[in-house]
Design a protein. Structure first.
Length: 317
């Protein structure tokens, strides 16, 4: 697993894999095809997951009715770039360090320390007795006075096949309470088979009660339809933060793309993202989270990471 550091030494990359469930009707640009899965240690053909219908005619865009004002407790912290394992509460900043520990920077005291208040704790990496230790965690989000992260765990299924699963975990702001909400993805392989860990990535945001995410696992870095969607990779999903519903497929991203540069933003009742390519240009989409209508914005191909949403205006290059 490759990690990168920024100020405060926080992690910038992530990972996951595994096959997730999708329902809902889809109308994607590419020709509908099958995808290969390496689950079980051998290739099998499964149907390409279906997502939402894409609406291209702006006259058919539905108007949102809920309030669009920013809510610190429930809305995406879009000032923090995607893929940064950092989150902000009213009183502190939180970071995941490379030693699998959760750290806190208190805004008032300006102190930076492991998120553990146990007396005499040495905060050793791998110590289950330290509140700051959270394991192989990727991503960090603040929502409604709690923290959320995605933890990668080894697992064995009923057929004694080994594998890994991705668990959405809820953490109290003082680090004392940790709860496994649900498994958002999983993959098992036959004995002697291995994962392609070098292409293992995940990115997502939390916005108004949902985790929006995409991942890459077992594709070998390939960009063709025969391996690009291996194990449900390179597809945008969403799942409720309380784990009360199955994950939902929003869109199968375009082949030969670069999902890690899709630049997701939650603004009011909308989720914005770019289905980007390796030249860092792509198509801008907007998901109306009230009507679940997926809208393709009529702005042509735009450069990823440079667009901003200000009210009803989109600024881009």
């Amino acid at each position: 697993m490759r990690h990168y550091k920024i100020a405060f030494g926080l992690i910038v990359t992530f990972g996951i894999f595994l096959l997730a469930a999708c329902s809902q009707k889809n109308n994607i640009d590419q020709e509908e095809s099958s995808l290969s899965s390496v689950a079980g240690g051998k290739a099998v053909q499964v149907e390409l997951p279906e997502g939402l219908e894409i609406i291209r005619d702006s006259a058919k865009f539905q108007t949102v009715t809920e309030h669009q004002n920013y809510n610190f407790d429930t809305d995406n912290q879009y000032g923090i770039p995607n893929n940064y394992a950092v989150a902000e509460s009213e009183d502190a900043w939180y970071f995941i360090e490379q030693n699998a520990m959760l750290y806190i920077w208190d805004k008032e005291s300006k102190e930076y320390a492991p998120l553990c208040s146990k007396p005499d704790c040495k905060h050793l990496t791998g110590s289950s007795g330290c509140d700051a230790f959270i394991g192989d965690a990727w991503e960090l989000y603040y929502y409604d006075k709690n923290l959320y992260t995605i933890v990668r765990q080894t697992d064995t299924n009923d057929n004694n096949q080994h594998g890994e699963k991705l668990v959405l975990k809820k953490i109290s702001l003082d680090g004392t309470v940790k709860e496994d909400v649900c498994t958002i993805a999983q993959c098992y392989v036959s004995e002697g088979s291995e994962y392609d860990d070098d292409t293992f990535t995940i990115m997502g945001i939390v916005h108004r009660g949902y985790l929006y995410y995409t991942y890459n696992f077992g594709t070998g870095g390939g960009n063709l339809d025969v391996d690009y969607y291996n194990n449900g990779s390179n597809i945008l999903y969403r799942i409720k933060l309380d784990g009360s519903e199955e994950s939902q497929c929003i869109l199968a991203l375009k082949e030969c793309g670069a999902p890690e540069t899709m630049c997701m933003k939650g603004v009011g009742s909308y989720l914005y993202f770019i289905d980007s390519q390796w030249d860092f240009y792509g198509i801008l989409y907007r998901l109306n989270t009230e009507s679940m209508q997926l809208e393709q914005m009529d702005v042509g191909k735009i450069y990823t990471g440079t667009y901003a949403v200000l009210g009803d205006k989109i600024i881009y290059t």
